[in-house]
Design a binder for this molecule. Structure first.
Ligand SMILES: [Zn+2]
Ligand SMILES: [Zn+2]
Length: 286
């Protein structure tokens, strides 16, 4: 199995040290895993999201924590290697238009294996928190949400830094409860240009199993989005559980493989030193 979206306790919403995730990965027979702790630099939200945990202490995201994170991950990777498990070091970078330079400068001194871009906020509001998302949804139609969201994704693609785009239709997390099924189809007018842009840029798309743990029927993104990506020429898919607890490592990735296969995909893409390598699904389920 593979898991390319793993938070450890450097993320303030996650539990467990990197070595504990590695221990579970070894027990579960995971072949490749990449840590992707949150890195949210949006200045307007510094007091909410702009914090990380280092050595049990909460520090500002702009402080000097990356060497410690990378050190912990590489140390855990050395332990994993003895058990035949490959462990890599990446980040999940929260994207908002306008902070591109800040992101580039912040990560420039470091070597990562994988940079995952994720959109969690729109117009300064957190669209994945129950409380804040309803503030954002109030007074907006499903169409307006998708217009906002996918315009932001297009700018994330244009930025050119990310290897893969995380949880593409994540606005459904709280949005489906707020709007009902009206939201489920609202991407139809917007998704085409997004996946075409991703294909042209050679960007990977993530299939994320987190909603399956919350009782939803589909991973992010939905099957029709995956099929549209395939038709547009997006050739690379990364797979992640988005786990925030060691017990969730590689959780339900097999169901993500099944969905991707339905959309016509046959391979998993893994980034090592920012370079994509493709392996068939069969190699990971053995
Ligand atoms: Zn995310
Ligand atoms: Zn995540």
């Amino acid at each position: 199995m593979i898991d390319y979206h793993v938070h450890c306790d450097y993320s303030i919403d996650a539990e467990g040290a990197a070595r504990e995730y590695v221990k579970r990965a070894v027990e579960k027979g995971v072949r490749r895993m990449c840590f992707t702790t949150h890195c949210d630099l949006e200045p307007e939200r510094r007091h909410h999201d702009g914090r990380v945990r280092r050595g049990g202490e909460i520090v500002d995201v702009t402080s000097d924590w990356l060497p410690s994170y990378i050190g912990d991950v590489r140390e855990a990777a050395a332990v994993a290697a003895e058990a035949g498990v490959e462990v890599y070091c990446g980040l999940e970078i929260g994207f908002v238009p306008g902070i591109e330079k800040m992101i580039e400068e912040f990560i420039a001194p470091f070597d990562f294996d994988f940079l995952l871009g994720g959109i969690h906020t729109l117009r300064g509001m957190d669209i994945v928190s129950d409380r804040e998302s309803s503030e954002y949804f109030k007074g907006r139609s499903p169409r307006q949400v998708c217009e906002d969201y996918y315009s932001c994704v297009e700018q994330a693609v244009d930025f050119g830094l990310f290897d893969s785009i995380a949880h593409l239709d994540i606005y459904k997390k709280c949005g489906l409860d707020f709007y009902g099924s009206d939201l489920a189809e609202a991407h139809r007018d917007f998704i085409g240009p997004v996946v075409e842009k991703m294909a042209a840029a050679g960007l990977a798309l993530e299939v994320n199993s987190a909603p399956l743990r919350k009782g939803r029927a589909s991973p992010y993104p939905s099957l029709d989005i995956l099929s549209a990506a395939r038709e547009a020429g997006v050739t690379r898919l990364t797979f992640g559980s988005d786990c925030h607890r060691p017990g969730e490592v590689a959780d339900r990735i097999d169901r993500c493989f099944a969905l991707a296969r339905e959309a016509g995909y046959a391979e998993v893409c893994a980034f090592i030193g920012r370079k994509p390598t493709a392996v068939s699904f069969a190699e990971y389920v053995r």
